[in-house]
Ligand binder design. Sequence first.
Ligand code: SIN
Ligand code: FE2
Length: 217
Amino acid sequence: MNGDLFADLEPGQGCEALGLDAFILRRFALPSEQLLWQDLQLVLARAPMRHMVTPGGFRMSVAMSNAGSLGWVSDKTGYRYDEIDPVSGLPWPAIPTSFMALAAQAAHHAGFKAFQPDACLINRYAPESKLSLHQDKNELDFTQPIVSVSLGLSATFLFGGALRTDKPLRTILQHGDVVVWGGASRLNYHGILPIKPGRHPLVGECRINLTFRHAGR
Ligand code: SIN
Ligand code: FE2
């Protein structure tokens, strides 16, 4: 397990600080890339990627799916978490154990003990797609952090403050990088600039992001 490499470190050590209670664990997911990739294909076979529609009626450039007892969905009625995949009419696939282990280890290294995600949002960015600055605030429990795993093409991640007008920091996220934020930063604005075209040997011509959260009660 990759976590064992860091077993002697104090929480937050070996992490790059991004803000208060916010860290980047560079390349943390790299040792498990093959397993994550295989498990991702199993999830997507049951809950294929789709382009959701915003409450304003716009098709999102990022394609999405979910694993977990709750999945994030957007449609004309708004954003919400739902137990049912509206495309299949079935519950979302369970979060694979490889995903759970990685998310829990990453949270632990960033100082968040006992992270229990019940939702894993899967984002796929084709070249030119982006995610505008937003807060993750549809979850019921803000005491648990957000763990975000980057795979495939690199992206510029914007990490702002609690206000939309706070000037965001910019950092490049590469294949295998994991960002963890919670506590004082839990509601910070964040986003992804348009992805530059390229090809990643494992993931192909896109970026995949796995975002773990505790959304329910
Ligand atoms: C998100 O905010 O949901 C995803 C961020 C990312 O793709 O890194
Ligand atoms: Fe987000």
